[in-house]
Design a protein around this ligand. Structure first.
Ligand code: HEC
Ligand code: HEC
Length: 172
C-alpha cells in the first residue's frame, strides 16, 4: 500500500501558531492575515478545510457577494498555497514523501537504508515487511548470519533501525 499511497503520515512536525489570530505561521501567512482578516476574524478561515478548488470558490464568492477585492495572480496563488497547505483537505505538512524509484519513504536516514538494504534484493522486500525494532534487528542478524549481509558499526545500525522501526513498523 505504501507505494500506492503517495501520502501518509509522518509524526514529526511542529506547528507554530500566531497567538493573536490563531493562524498557523507558515510561508505567506502574513499576506493572508493582511488580506483575509479585515472583515472577519481568522477563525472564519482556520475552522475550514478545503482543497484548492474549494478555496478558490470561497474567494470568488466573497469577491462576488461580500465585497472582497480582486488579487493579482501572484498574490492569489500565494494565498491559495498557504490556505491549501495549512487548511486543506490533506495536511500537506504531514504528507509522506515516497522515493519513486525505490518506493521507500523519504525520511531521516532513508538514503543510508537504501544503500545498505537494496543491494541484494529490491526495496520491496523491506517495504513489505512490518516489524518492531527488535524484530528488525533479528532480521538483520539473520541476514548477517545466513545471507552474507555485512556488519554495521553501532551508529549505522541504530540509524537503520530508527528508520525501519519508524517507517515500517506494520505489515503492508
Ligand atoms: C471585504 C471583506 C472580506 C474580506 C477581506 C475577506 N472576507 Fe471572507 N467573508 C466576508 C463575508 C462578509 C463573509 C460572510 C459573512 C460571514 O460569514 O461572516 C465571509 C465569509 C468567509 C468564510 C466562510 C464561508 C462560509 O462558507 O461560511 C471564509 C472561509 C472566508 N470568508 C475566508 C476568507 C479568506 C480566506 C479571505 C482572504 C482571501 C477572506 N475571507 C477575506 C468578507 C470578507
Ligand atoms: C548481502 C545481501 C543482502 C543485503 C545487503 C540485505 N539483505 Fe535482506 N535478504 C537477503 C537475502 C538473500 C534474503 C532472503 C532471500 C529473499 O527473500 O530474497 C533477504 C531477506 C530479507 C527480508 C525478508 C525476510 C523474511 O522473513 O522473508 C527482509 C525484510 C530483508 N531482507 C530486509 C533487509 C534490510 C532491512 C536490509 C538492510 C539492513 C537488507 N535486507 C540487506 C540478502 C541481503
Amino acid at each position: 500500500m505504501k507505494i500506492i499511497a503517495i501520502i501518509g503520515l509522518i509524526m514529526s512536525s511542529s506547528l507554530v501558531v500566531d497567538k493573536e489570530s490563531g493562524m498557523l505561521i507558515d510561508k505567506n501567512w502574513e499576506l493572508v492575515k493582511a488580506n483575509c482578516t479585515g472583515c472577519h476574524s481568522a477563525p472564519h478561515i482556520t475552522s475550514q478545510k478545503n482543497d484548492r478548488e474549494g478555496w478558490i470558490e470561497v474567494i470568488r464568492w466573497m469577491q462576488n457577494k461580500q465585497g472582497l477585492w480582486q488579487f493579482d495572480a501572484d498574490t492569489e496563488n500565494k494565498i491559495l498555497d498557504y490556505l491549501t497547505a495549512n487548511y486543506g483537505l490533506i495536511d500537506e505538512r504531514n504528507v509522506q514523501k515516497i522515493d519513486l524509484a525505490s518506493g521507500m519513504v523519504i525520511d531521516d536516514n532513508w538514503e543510508l537504508v537504501k544503500a545498505s538494504c537494496t543491494g541484494c534484493h529490491s526495496a520491496k522486500i523491506v517495504i513489505q515487511q512490518g516489524a518492531d525494532r527488535n524484530t528488525w534487528l533479528e532480521i538483520i542478524r539473520w541476514m548477517q548470519e545466513e545471507q552474507g549481509l555485512w556488519q554495521f558499526d553501532a551508529d549505522t545500525e541504530n540509524k537503520i533501525l530508527d528508520y525501519l522501526s519508524k517507517n515500517y513498523s506494520q505489515s503492508n
